[in-house]
Design a protein around this ligand. Structure first.
Ligand SMILES: CC(C)(COP(=O)(O)OP(=O)(O)OC[C@H]1O[C@@H](n2cnc3c(N)ncnc32)[C@H](O)[C@@H]1OP(=O)(O)O)[C@@H](O)C(=O)NCCC(=O)NCCS
Length: 147
C-alpha cells in the first residue's frame, strides 16, 4: 500500500536512506523539512501483516508539485519487486503534470535502467552536481493524447 509519510515512519526511512545513498544520505531534519514542503507528495510504500496490525516500510518517494523527483528509494532486500515502479507511477500518473524529471548520479546505472524502462529519457547532464560527480537528467513527458 502507498500512503503519505507520517512521523512514525522516520526510523525505518532513515535506514533505507543510509543503505540506498551511502555517499550522501539525507538526515532526519531534511526529511522533516521536505515533509513540511511536500506533505501530499512525500509517500511511503508499506506492507502489512495478515492481521493488518503491523506495517513494514519498504520504500519512499518525494516529488514536487511540478514533477521534480527529489528522492526515491527501495529497501535493498525488496528491490526488483515493482515497488519503485508503483512509487514512481504516483508522479507520472498525477493529472496535468507536463513533465517529471530526476537527477541521477552518472555511476548509478541501476537507477538509470529503472528510469529508462519507465519511459524516461536522458535529456542532459549537470557537471559536478554531486560535488565530484555529474548528474544525468532523466525526464518523462505524458503522451500528448493523454491531455
Ligand atoms: C532505483 C530503485 C528505486 C528502483 O526500485 P525497484 O523497486 O527495485 O524498481 P522496480 O522493481 O520497480 O524495477 C522495475 C524495472 O526497472 C529496471 N531496473 C530496476 N533496477 C534495476 C537495476 N539495478 N539494474 C537494471 N535494471 C533495473 C528493471 O527493468 C526492472 O524490471 P525487472 O525487475 O522486471 O527487470 C532502487 O534500485 C533503489 O532504491 N536504488 C537506490 C536508490 C536510488 O538509486 N534511487 C534513485 C536515485 S535518482
Amino acid at each position: 500500500m502507498i500512503r503519505p509519510f507520517s512521523f512514525s515512519d522516520l526510523d525505518s526511512l532513515l535506514q533505507i536512506e543510509g543503505q540506498s545513498f551511502p555517499k550522501s544520505p539525507y538526515d532526519w531534519t531534511t526529511f522533516l523539512n521536505l515533509h513540511d514542503l511536500y506533505p501530499k507528495t512525500f509517500l511511503v510504500y508499506v506492507d502489512t501483516n495478515q492481521n493488518q496490525t503491523k506495517e513494514a516500510l519498504w520504500g519512499y518517494i518525494i516529488f514536487t508539485l511540478d514533477g521534480h523527483i527529489i528522492s526515491i528509494a527501495v529497501h535493498p532486500q525488496h528491490r526488483r519487486e515493482g515497488i519503485g515502479t508503483r512509487l514512481l507511477q504516483r508522479a507520472t500518473k498525477t493529472p496535468y503534470l507536463q513533465k517529471v524529471w530526476a537527477e541521477v548520479r552518472r555511476s548509478n546505472q541501476g537507477a538509470q535502467a529503472f528510469y529508462s524502462q519507465m519511459g524516461f529519457q536522458m535529456t542532459g547532464w549537470v557537471k559536478n552536481y554531486y560535488g565530484n560527480e555529474d548528474a544525468l537528467i532523466f525526464q518523462w513527458s505524458p503522451d500528448p493524447q493523454e491531455f
